[in-house]
Design a protein around this ligand. Sequence first.
Ligand SMILES: [Zn+2]
Length: 410
Amino acid sequence: MQASVDRIRRDIDRINQYTGPGLGINRLSFTPEHQGAVDYVRKQLEAIDYEMRVTAHGNYRFRRKGDDWSQPAVTSGSHLDAVPEGGRFDGVAGVVAAVEVARLLAESGDKPSVPYEIIVFSEEEGSRFGGVLTGSKAMIGSLTKKDLVQMQDQTGISYIEAIENIGVNTSDWDKAVIHPGDINAYFELHIEQSLVLETKGIPVGIVTDITGIRIYRITYQGVPNHAGATPMPLREDSLAAAAEAIQAIESLAQGASGGTMVGTVGIIENEPNVSNVIPGRTHFSLDLRDIDRECLVNMSETIISQVKDIATRRGINCTIKMTADAPPVSLSNRARQALLDATKELGIKALEMPSGAGHDAQEMARVTDVGMIFVPSIGGRSHCPEEESRFTDIAHGTSVLYSAIRKLCL
Ligand SMILES: [Zn+2]
């Protein structure tokens, strides 16, 4: 059976009607827009006899009415939250694909012996409460309830308050944590967010590894002073130091062996940020990623020691805080093989490839076998209004997903 391009297009369009003001898609976790999108998915699944359970962690799980929730299911899903001014496909494509798989299973008339479950994770992007992959991390127990009390949005509302405000009962937090053995397998379809598939003209990617990531917040503390009266040798300019550090980060990441290392400084906050005052304090971020754990750790240590050296040489203070550390993940052979077999059966050309972006799938890989499908991103753009994918490609990916899941469920 083949996934329906029309249903996929309709679902994606309807979900994206739930967006706040601004360019592109604006749908932060647990806002009315996010709830509207979740509600749309719930209605689609209720129409084919599924029921929804909201977990104590604020994630959404769906199984057929009458299915045994204690039996490990083959699962599939993604997320509906978006970065500010984000695109229409990131996360949404995977949720819609998982819903379409449920429809195809229902239409097939098969009687699966293993239940199928759809999971919609919350706060994957971390755009409201900071962090990343928050819903999935909570679900597998790598973030505690206490952690999520401390994670607050810009208005001071914590993750826990936000989910309690929309009626989530957080009391059985520990009972809702997923442990190894609780889930049979997890599959996620996602847009590639890069140009590899598009350039090669291949409609489906099968992910082999998911990149590891380390994020730091670095602060240089110098001395703000008069831009006219302070001679060059007497300055402690925090922004000039940051400029030097940013250049060092770029050339170190460029020079890494292996060719999969990427380093980005995406945030810079400068104080007092006035044209005639020497900068006194500069914060900047470092986002470093690689699929090789050892290379990632070594490179982050090299960069951090250079960042410190720059501060020492310039006589300024430096504080460094690591805000995220997720090791790279190799995906399971069993799930990957199921997907590869499906592409062969369907005669769909596929490419095995690593994922440069992080996904809920990498958290799920700590507790179950995980398989991931990529579909091409036109122009390679993502996390922006220009994000684009072809519905036909998403349908091809969904057919692969269905075929693999069906086999594991029967
Ligand atoms: Zn995503």
